[in-house]
Ligand binder design. Structure first.
Ligand SMILES: *[C@@H]1O[C@H](CO)[C@@H](O)[C@H](O)[C@H]1NC(C)=O
Ligand SMILES: *[C@@H]1O[C@H](CO)[C@@H](O)[C@H](O)[C@H]1NC(C)=O
Ligand SMILES: *[C@@H]1O[C@H](CO)[C@@H](O)[C@H](O)[C@H]1NC(C)=O
Ligand SMILES: *[C@@H]1O[C@H](CO)[C@@H](O)[C@H](O)[C@H]1NC(C)=O
Ligand SMILES: *[C@@H]1O[C@H](CO)[C@@H](O)[C@H](O)[C@H]1NC(C)=O
Ligand SMILES: *[C@@H]1O[C@H](CO)[C@@H](O)[C@H](O)[C@H]1NC(C)=O
Length: 648
C-alpha cells in the first residue's frame, strides 16, 4: 500500500491518475428495487394491510372507446388456452422435448455466473482499517472523509462485512455536487424545508411526518460521529430530481477537477459543521417544481444514445402496440434478465412508460431539474436524489416484517403476491400500463382462458409469443390450469377512488418496502423494478433473488423453470420436475445474506458513511479534509525503516 501511494505521490502531488478511476463511470449504473415482488416455490407470509377484496369485473373489462380498442393491448392467449400457432423454439436447435434446452441452459448458466459474481464480490472484503482506507483511495480518488476510523470501528464492532462496492451508490449520488461550492449546497439544503438536522451529535426532524421521525431515529444512532448538518428529506413517495443528462455530465466533469489525494501533510480532519441558520446574504432559491409526469424529464436525463431518449416522439400509450424487438433489450439474454442494472434502468427500454404506472400516471408528481441535496429512500436510475435507507426498512414495523417463516420443504409450490392496486392513478383506460395490474392479470389463468371474450390486453402478440415460446409444448396446451395451479396472486384493494391526502401514503407507489422481508422469508423473491435503493450493490441477481424484466415477458418461463409441470397437467410424456433445489438454493442464499448485510445496523452504517461524505462535501475546507492517519503512520515508518521498502 505504501509503495503504491508513494508511487503516485512521486508523479505529482495530486493523484490525478485516480481521477480517471471508477467514480465518474460508476455514476452511470447502479441498481434498483421493485414494486412487484413475487415469491416463488413457496408461500410467503406477506402482510396484508388492506382488507381482502377482489377486482370488480365490470371495472377491468370495461370496453374501451374509439380507436384505442384492441390496438393498445393484446392479451396473452388470443385463442383461449391454445397458442395461436405452434410456437417454435428459437433459441434451441435440439428437440423440443419437455422443456427447451435453451431455457434450462440459460437459467442454469445465469445461476452459475451469479455464484462467480458473488465470490468475486466477497473477495473484495477489507479486513483492516488500513486496507479499507487504501481501497477507498484507489476506488474513490480521494482520501477517506474525517471520521473514517470511527466509522470503521462502528462497522466492525457490529460485525459488518466491509466491501467498498457496497457504498458505490453514495459516490454516484454525491459526485455531481462537487461541481458546486459548499456554500451553494448549504443554501440549497436550507431552502428545501423539511429536514432532519444534526446538532451537537443529536439528530432531530423539523417535521412530525412519520418518515422523517423514523429517519431522525436512524440517523441519531450514528450522529455521535457526524458534524452538525441539515439533511433535507423527501416526503413524497416518488423521487423528485431529474437533471438533464448534459448538465450532469458537465457537473461530473467539473467534479473531477476537485478530486485529488493531497499529501497527508496538507490534510486536516476538522470538519466545521453547519446548521439551518441562514448565512449572511443567503439567497432564497425559488425552486421550480413541475407537476407533469416524469417521462419527459426522464428522457432528457437519459444518455442521448439510450433507447428511451432516441425515440422521443413515441407516444407512450401506444407503445405496447408497437412491434417490440426483444433483441433490442440489451439486458436480456436467451429470454432472461442477464444484466439487472440495465433491466431496471428506465433509459434502456424505449417503451418503458407503457409498462409502469409511475411513468404513465403517477400519484404525485413534483419534479425539479435542478441539482438539489434532497435525500430519499428510492429513485429511478436517472433521478439525482441522494439515496438513504428507506424508513420502512429500518423501522421494523410488523407489516414489513418477515416473521418466523417456514422451511422450504413445508412451503407450497406457488408464486404468491398480495398488494394494493397502487402505483399511480389508474383508470379504465390506462390500467394495462400499470405494472401491478399487468402482473395480476397475467397470473390469472381464468382471465387467460377468457382472453378471446374480453378486450383486456397486456401483451402484444409478439410479446405473447416470446412469453410462451420457451415453455414446453405440453404446458402451453394447458396454460390456464397451470397458471392457476402455481400462482396465488391477487389485489387486496383496487383503490378505485381518487386518493386523498391520507390514503396516498400506501405501499406500491415507489419501491417495495417489503422486499427485505421477502429476502429474509426463506422463499425466492422474483423481482422486477425501476427503482434504485441503498442496498442494490449488495444483492446479486440469480444468487439472492430472481430478476424479471419490467414487461414480464419472462415470467412464465421463470415459473416453469422452477416449478415444472406435473403429470396431471402435462401428461406422462410432458412431465417436467422443474428445478426445486435451485430455487431452494436461491431462497437460502438470499435469506442468509440478508442476515449479514441488510440488518438495521447495516442501514445505520450506510447512513453514517453517506453523511460523513455529505459533511465533508458541504464544508468550505473540503478539498483538504480527509482521514490520513494511516498514511502519517506509514510515512513515519518509512522514514525510520527505508531499508525495508524496496524502490518502486
Ligand atoms: C386462433 O387464432 C387464429 C388467428 O388469430 C385463427 O385463425 C384461428 O381460427 C383461431 N383458432 C381458434 C380455435 O379459435
Ligand atoms: C452456487 O453456489 C451454491 C452454494 O455455494 C451451490 O450450492 C450451487 O451448487 C452453486 N450453483 C452453481 C450453478 O454453481
Ligand atoms: C454539546 O454536547 C456536549 C456533551 O453533551 C455538551 O457538553 C455541550 O455543552 C453541548 N454543546 C452545545 C452547544 O449544546
Ligand atoms: C451491465 O451492463 C453495463 C453496461 O453495458 C456494464 O457496464 C455492466 O458491467 C453490466 N453488468 C453486468 C453484471 O454484466
Ligand atoms: C381472475 O380473472 C377472472 C376473470 O376476469 C376474475 O373474475 C377474477 O376475479 C380474477 N381473479 C383474481 C384473483 O384477480
Ligand atoms: C390439462 O390438465 C387437465 C387436468 O389435469 C387434464 O385433464 C388434461 O388432459 C390436460 N390437457 C392436456 C392437453 O394435457
Amino acid at each position: 500500500m505504501v509503495h503504491r501511494l508513494r508511487d503516485l505521490y512521486a508523479k505529482d502531488n495530486h493523484l490525478k491518475t485516480l481521477a480517471a478511476m471508477p467514480t465518474a463511470a460508476s455514476s452511470i449504473k447502479m441498481h434498483r428495487l421493485s414494486r412487484t415482488h413475487l415469491v416463488i416455490g413457496a408461500v410467503i407470509l406477506v402482510a396484508l394491510y388492506q382488507s381482502l377484496s377482489y377486482m370488480r369485473s365490470s371495472y377491468v373489462t370495461e370496453p374501451r372507446n374509439g380507436r384505442d380498442t384492441g390496438l393498445l393491448y393484446h392479451f396473452l392467449g388470443s385463442n383461449g388456452t391454445q397458442p395461436t400457432q405452434p410456437l417454435k423454439h428459437v433459441s434451441s436447435s435440439s428437440g423440443l422435448g419437455k422443456s427447451s434446452s435453451g431455457t434450462v441452459n440459460s437459467i442454469g448458466q445465469l445461476i452459475a455466473n451469479a455464484n462467480t459474481t458473488f465470490e468475486d464480490l466477497l473477495a473484495k472484503k477489507s479486513t483492516s482499517l488500513n486496507e479499507a482506507a487504501n481501497t477507498y483511495r484507489i476506488k474513490r480518488g480521494r482520501h477517506p472523509p474525517p471520521g473514517f476510523d470511527q466509522w470503521y470501528e462502528y462497522a466492525t464492532s457490529n460485525d459488518a462485512i466491509i466491501i467498498e462496492d457496497f457504498f458505490d451508490q453514495i459516490y454516484h449520488d454525491l459526485e455531481p455536487f462537487w461541481a458546486f461550492s459548499p456554500r451553494d449546497i448549504r443554501d440549497r439544503a436550507r431552502n428545501l424545508g423539511m429536514h432532519v438536522s444534526i446538532l451537537n451529535a443529536t439528530a432531530e426532524a423539523n417535521t412530525g411526518w412519520f418518515w422523517h421521525v423514523i429517519w431522525a431515529s436512524m440517523i441519531n444512532e450514528v450522529a455521535y460521529m457526524l458534524p452538525d448538518m441539515v439533511i433535507p428529506l423527501n416526503a413524497m413517495d416518488e423521487p423528485r430530481l431529474m437533471v438533464p443528462f448534459e448538465d450532469i455530465t458537465t457537473f461530473i466533469a467539473e467534479a473531477g477537477n476537485h478530486r485529488a489525494v493531497p499529501h497527508p501533510e496538507q490534510v486536516t480532519d476538522t470538519v466545521t459543521g453547519w446548521t439551518d441558520n441562514a448565512e449572511p446574504d443567503q439567497p432564497y432559491l425559488d425552486i421550480a417544481w413541475s407537476q407533469s409526469a416524469p417521462l419527459s424529464f426522464a428522457r432528457a436525463a437519459c444518455a442521448p444514445d439510450s433507447p428511451l431518449r432516441s425515440e422521443p416522439t413515441a407516444l407512450h400509450l401506444n407503445m405496447a402496440a408497437q412491434p417490440d424487438h426483444a433483441q433490442d433489450l440489451k439486458f436480456m439474454s436467451h429470454g432472461f434478465v442477464s444484466n439487472f442494472t440495465l433491466a431496471s434502468d428506465v433509459c434502456q427500454d424505449p417503451s418503458i412508460a407503457a409498462y409502469h404506472g409511475a411513468l404513465t400516471n403517477p400519484l404525485t408528481a413534483s419534479t425539479s431539474r435542478d441539482l438539489l441535496p434532497l435525500f430519499g429512500g428510492s429513485k429511478f436510475a436517472v433521478n439525482n436524489d441522494i439515496l438513504i435507507p428507506a424508513p420502512m426498512y429500518w423501522d421494523g414495523d410488523e407489516k414489513f416484517d418477515a416473521g418466523d417463516d417456514k422451511d422450504w420443504s413445508s412451503k407450497n409450490n406457488k408464486a404468491t403476491w398480495r398488494g394494493t392496486a397502487t402505483g399511480g392513478r389508474h383508470n379504465a383506460l390506462n390500467w394495462p400500463n400499470f405494472h401491478r395490474h399487468r402482473f395480476v392479470a397475467l397470473t390469472n389463468g381464468t382471465k387467460y382462458s377468457l382472453a378471446d371474450e374480453t378486450s383486456d390486453r397486456i401483451f402484444t402478440s409478439l410479446q405473447q409469443r416470446s412469453a410462451l415460446s420457451p415453455l414446453p409444448i405440453n404446458l402451453q396446451k394447458n396454460m390456464s390450469l397451470w397458471i392457476n395451479k402455481h400462482n396465488d396472486i391477487a389485489f387486496t384493494d383496487m383503490f378505485c377512488d381518487i386518493p386523498t391526502e391520507e390514503s396516498q401514503y400506501i405501499d406500491g407507489n415507489s419501491f417495495s418496502g417489503r422486499y427485505r422481508s421477502f429476502l429474509q422469508s426463506k422463499s425466492v423473491p422474483i423481482k422486477a423494478t425501476l427503482y434504485r435503493e441503498w442496498h442494490d450493490s449488495r444483492l446479486i441477481p440469480w444468487k439472492h433473488f430472481v430478476p424479471m424484466n419490467n414487461r414480464f415477458t419472462d415470467y412464465y418461463a421463470i415459473l416453469s423453470y422452477f416449478v415444472g409441470c406435473d403429470e396431471e397437467l402435462c401428461g406422462s410424456d410432458g412431465k417436467d420436475e422443474g428445478h426445486d433445489s435451485e430455487a431452494e438454493d436461491i431462497a437460502r442464499a438470499g435469506s442468509e445474506w440478508a442476515e449479514k448485510v441488510l440488518r438495521k445496523v447495516d442501514m445505520q452504517i450506510y447512513a453514517a458513511r453517506l453523511l460523513l461524505e455529505y459533511g465533508r462535501l458541504t464544508d468550505d475546507n473540503r478539498e483538504s479534509l480527509g482521514w490520513v492517519k494511516d498514511l502519517k503512520y506509514e510515512e513515519l515508518k518509512s522514514v525510520n525503516r527505508t531499508d525495508e521498502i524496496p524502490d518502486p
